[in-house]
Design a binder for this molecule. Structure first.
Ligand code: ADP
Ligand code: MG
Length: 140
């Protein structure tokens, strides 16, 4: 195993329900370190670019609308095997299918309103971190 970085987003459904601290506590309890974090409101163009891989999916427009509906908290997480670890801590995409004790099971409301985003590979993590953060904003 190697120490990795991953990009996490606390989504509008979670920030608007005041769950930022509760989600951060889960991440930290599970051993991930938050080494960069900021709250921002995504523009439509930013959401569509960030989630561009899903452009052709039926849910794309509705999902991008949700992602711009309220602030998000974007963060860089560091730890052993952080990409897969964060995916495990998050739980399955659909909260109804997520394991008990995962963030999505406990804080997600639907597949669209599922509380958090996490990078799906170390390669994509580096691309996604670069989308939001400059080198001087990441303090390990
Ligand atoms: P994950 O976030 O688990 O990597 P995907 O990359 O497949 O999942 O999808 C990106 C995001 O798009 C999901 O987290 C979810 O919020 C949203 N999404 C995925 N499938 C649907 C769907 N069928 N309806 C609405 N939103 C969806
Ligand atoms: Mg994904």
């Amino acid at each position: 195993m190697a120490v990795e970085r991953t990009l996490s987003i606390i989504k509008p459904d979670a920030t608007s329900r005041n769950l930022t601290g509760a989600i951060n506590a889960r991440l930290e309890q599970e051993g991930l370190r938050i080494v960069a974090q900021k709250r921002l409101r995504l523009t439509k163009a930013q959401a569509e670019e960030f989630y561009g891989v899903h452009r052709d999916k039926a849910f794309f427009d509705s999902f991008c609308e949700h992602m711009t509906s309220a602030p998000v908290v974007v963060q860089v997480l560091v730890g052993e095997n952080a990409v897969a670890e964060n995916r495990r801590i998050m739980g399955a995409t659909n909260p109804a299918n997520a394991e008990i004790g995962t963030i999505r099971r406990d804080f997600g409301q639907s597949v669209e309103h599922n509380a958090v985003h996490g990078s799906d590979s170390p390669e994509n993590a580096e691309i996604e971190i670069g989308f939001f953060f400059g080198r001087m904003e990441i303090v390990g």
